[in-house]
Write a protein that binds this ligand. Structure first.
Ligand code: CO
Length: 201
């Protein structure tokens, strides 16, 4: 049974379009991948990693979860980081959050949302450790936007503190960890200027 035929039609058109400019594109890519970047972003459908930065298949290694979190016991995320750093030797890890992140908004609310509240626990911790800064902002929207940024900054630290990244720096491997935020209202990226390039940065 051919389910969701429009998606297969889209896929055929997409594949043909790429082969129009480079007939060997997929054959070449099938032999190896050598992306320079690991993207850790939110699962939100409005934040499509490759498209935002205009990169083709093969150019961006991607991990996405709700609210772009890097937990120290998250084997899924850590395995992605390890493969990207140790095997693919990416030069840049980009943690990219976005304004209007539903996970961050949920973490700011008093009410319960079920299982996800356990996942969002780290964002609540970030909020409470910056309570004074957040309270000084004039409204809820600005608090939420700032917490989206603070969450990215926190996750950059988490990436930098993984054994994977620490060991890469110890052996002199070039590796930069960046914190960016994306505006779903304007389609633009902003660099939060928290790039770390060594254990002593
Ligand atoms: Co989000």
């Amino acid at each position: 049974m051919n389910t969701l035929p429009h998606l297969f039609a889209n896929n055929l058109a997409w594949s043909e379009n790429i082969r129009k400019t480079n007939a060997e594109f997929f054959e070449t890519l099938a032999k190896q991948q050598s992306p320079e970047y690991l993207w850790i972003g939110c699962s939100d459908s409005r934040v499509p990693a490759n498209e935002i930065v205009g990169l083709m298949p093969g150019e961006l290694f991607v991990h996405r979860n709700v609210s772009n979190l890097v937990g120290h016991s998250d084997m899924n995320c850590l395995s992605v980081v390890q493969f990207a750093v140790d095997v693919l030797k990416v030069k840049h890890i980009i943690v990219c959050g976005h304004y209007g992140c539903c996970g961050v908004l949920a973490a700011l609310e008093e009410k319960r949302h079920g299982l996800i509240d356990n996942w969002l626990r780290d964002i609540r911790v970030t909020a409470s450790s910056h309570q004074a800064e957040l309270n000084a902002l004039p409204n809820k929207n600005m608090q939420a936007d700032r917490l989206c940024e603070l969450n990215v900054i926190e996750q950059v630290k988490n990436v930098a503190n993984t054994t994977i990244v620490e060991e890469a720096w110890q052996r002199g491997q070039e590796l930069h960890v960046h914190g960016w935020i994306y505006g779903i209202k304007d389609g633009l990226l902003r660099d939060l200027s928290v790039t770390v390039s060594s254990a002593h940065a």
